[in-house]
Ligand binder design. Structure first.
Ligand code: DQA
Length: 146
C-alpha cells in the first residue's frame, strides 16, 4: 500500500525520492512477489479514510501488509488503528531515511503496530521489505502448511 503523494514519485522532489515512479516500484515488487509465488494486491490513495476502507475490505483475508504511509506516517492515527486491527504482520517502508531528516519526520505513529521499518534504501527497500515480510510469515506458519 502507498499513501499520499506517492503517486507522483519521479516528479516529486527527485533529489530526495529519486526518479523512479510509483509504477516502476510497483512493477519491481510485483516481479518479486511472482518469483516467490505470493499473491499481491497493490493500492494507493491520497486519502487516509480510503486507505482505512481498503484495509477493512481485506481484513482476515491478507497474510501481511507492506505499506509506505507517506506523511500519514507522522500523524495518521486512524490508519494506525486500522493496521492494528488487521492482526497481520505489517512492514513500514520509506524511500528516504526519515530519521535523518526534519524533526517532525522522525516520529512514526505507525511503527508501534508494525514488525519493523525499512527506511532509506529507495525503491529497493520495498523489495527487501517484501522478502522480510514473507520470510516472517513463512516462519510463523505451522510446519507442513506450505
Ligand atoms: C516518505 C517519508 C515521509 O515523511 C513523506 O511524507 C513521504 C515519503 C518516504 O518514503 O521517504 O511522503 O514516506
Amino acid at each position: 500500500m502507498q499513501g499520499p503523494n506517492l503517486n507522483i514519485l519521479g516528479r516529486r522532489r527527485p533529489e530526495v525520492y529519486g526518479h523512479t515512479t510509483m509504477k516502476q516500484i510497483n512493477d519491481m515488487v510485483r516481479a518479486r512477489a511472482e518469483e516467490l509465488s505470493c499473491e499481491l494486491l497493490i493500492f494507493q490513495s491520497n486519502q487516509e479514510g480510503v486507505l482505512v476502507d481498503y484495509i477493512h475490505r481485506y481484513m482476515g483475508e491478507c497474510d501481511g501488509v507492506l505499506i509506505n504511509p507517506g506523511a500519514l506516517t507522522h500523524y495518521g492515527l486512524s490508519l494506525r488503528e486500522a493496521l492494528e486491527a488487521v492482526e497481520a504482520p505489517v512492514v513500514e517502508v520509506h524511500l528516504s531515511n526519515i530519521h535523518a531528516r526534519e524533526e517532525w519526520r522522525r516520529t512514526s505513529v505507525i511503527s508501534p503496530v508494525t514488525l519493523g521499518q525499512v527506511v532509506g534504501f529507495g525503491p529497493r527497500g520495498y523489495v527487501a521489505a517484501l522478502d522480510l515480510l514473507l520470510s516472517y510469515i513463512a516462519e510463523q506458519r505451522p510446519a507442513g502448511n506450505g
